[in-house]
Design a protein around this ligand. Structure first.
Ligand code: HEM
Length: 128
């Protein structure tokens, strides 16, 4: 069975020479990884005992890093304290946002408008 932690327990365990971090509702023991972490131990120590999801996602960790982190997983957060999963930074979710459907409209209106202007200029200069 997967060990379940509360946020308070993650914080508490952390004092016992262990470095636990919370990432996407899972608990990772990165104690043995501190020296190996390509991003340095400082950043991990800074997040010790805390929810490091945002910091972790902000870096845009590679799929290799995500694969590696599985080996440090020691448990999950209790259901009552879980947060909705954050979308991965790498995922392309611009289709859902209103603002971007607007910009995709611009992406074809502008070339067509430029094409029309070019045609007009061409006709003015070369057809008269
Ligand atoms: C179990 C957790 C973690 C694992 C396995 C992990 C693994 C890695 C790996 C493999 C890299 C090399 C680049 C890549 O492959 O993306 C990396 C870079 C980095 N990581 Fe982590 N990481 C973890 C947690 C964190 C956390 C919580 C932070 C918080 C700030 C962090 C900050 C960074 C930074 C700043 C870099 C350097 C990026 C660069 O130089 O471009 N990592 N990490």
């Amino acid at each position: 069975m997967v060990q379940e932690y509360t946020v308070a327990q993650v914080k508490e365990q952390n004092k016992q020479d262990k470095v636990l971090v919370l990432i996407n509702n899972d608990v990772y023991d990165v104690t043995s990884f501190l020296n190996e972490h390509p991003g340095g131990e400082e950043v991990l120590l800074e997040q010790a005992g805390k929810d490091a999801t945002e910091a972790f996602e902000d870096v845009g960790h590679s799929s290799d890093a995500r694969e590696k982190m599985k080996s440090f997983k020691v448990g999950t957060l209790v259901a009552s304290e879980r947060k909705p999963e954050q979308p991965k930074k790498s995922a392309v979710d611009w289709k859902e946002t209103g603002e971007s459907s607007d910009s995709s409209l611009k992406s074809w209106v502008i070339p067509i408008a430029l094409g029309l202007v070019a045609t007009l200029i061409y006709r003015l200069y070369f057809m008269s």
